[in-house]
Design a protein around this ligand. Structure first.
Ligand code: C5P
Length: 229
């Protein structure tokens, strides 16, 4: 049973804006649960490819999504703090490829897939609280979130960050290719009809282009402490 009195901190924004890292650090500081909602769409894309389900076949994808056994486990590896499991298989690295990101944004606009995912996302709302990052955490899934942050940065800066992240994980990709796919995903995420990426009217917008991770963390923590005490 989902308890709407449990506080949620929603951190939304485009890919590569740093919201995953900030969400992880805020959750760690507060001892809250963590929901990486983008990982769910990445898993659906991966499961579809593994099961030869076409990425545009909405009914088949919704059925597939309902059947998935998804688990998130906290690790003690700061490089990969969250390990992601699909049907008892560790898919942490597989879902982080550039292709998995693009596949995720192809399945994400499908309304019946999002409906199944929404139930799963809401089940993460457990005491003492939840930090949820994604595209529509504050606008659709947790509209009553106690804190809403919209974290953004220029596409060029986000491509550079993703490049470094993937390189650190020994995943090879060109910077130019990354910038292109970030621009494609921004377009897909912002222009879709269902749950488009945008800041909630009551979100605090932070542009992190010229900020370090620690500076963003401090800003978000100040907002959270102001709201939650
Ligand atoms: O955040 P991440 O890059 O892992 O998200 C992958 C894709 O999943 C996004 O480009 C977007 O299309 C989709 N997504 C979404 N709603 C969310 C989180 C992610 O549509 N809440």
């Amino acid at each position: 049973m989902v308890n709407s009195t449990i506080p949620v901190i929603a951190i939304d924004g485009p890919g590569g804006s740093g919201k995953g890292t900030i969400a992880y650090r805020i959750a760690g500081r507060l001892g809250f649960h963590l929901l990486d909602s983008g990982a769910i769409y990445r898993i659906i894309g991966l499961a579809a490819r593994q099961g030869d389900v076409p990425l545009h076949d909405e009914p088949a994808l919704a059925t597939l999504t309902e059947s998935l056994d998804i688990a998130f486990k906290l690790t003690d590896n700061p490089e990969n703090p969250l390990s992601i499991w699909l049907n008892a298989q560790d898919v942490t690295l597989q879902i982080r490829t550039n292709q998995a990101g693009v596949d995720a944004s192809i399945v994400a606009p499908l309304a019946s897939v999002r409906e199944v995912v929404m139930k799963l996302q809401r089940s993460f709302r457990q005491a003492p609280g939840l930090v949820a990052d994604g595209r529509d955490m504050g606008t659709v899934v947790f509209t009553d979130a106690a804190v809403k942050v919209y974290l953004t940065a220029t596409a060029e800066e986000r491509a550079k960050r993703r490049y470094k992240q993937l390189k650190d994980k020994d995943i090879s990709v060109s910077l130019q290719e990354l910038l292109k796919s970030i621009q494609i995903r921004d377009e897909l995420d912002m222009k879709r009809d269902v749950a488009p990426l945008r800041a909630a009217p009551d979100a605090v917008i932070i542009d992190s282009t010229a900020l370090s991770t620690s500076e963003v963390f401090q800003q978000v923590l100040t907002i959270v402490e102001g709201k939650l005490g």
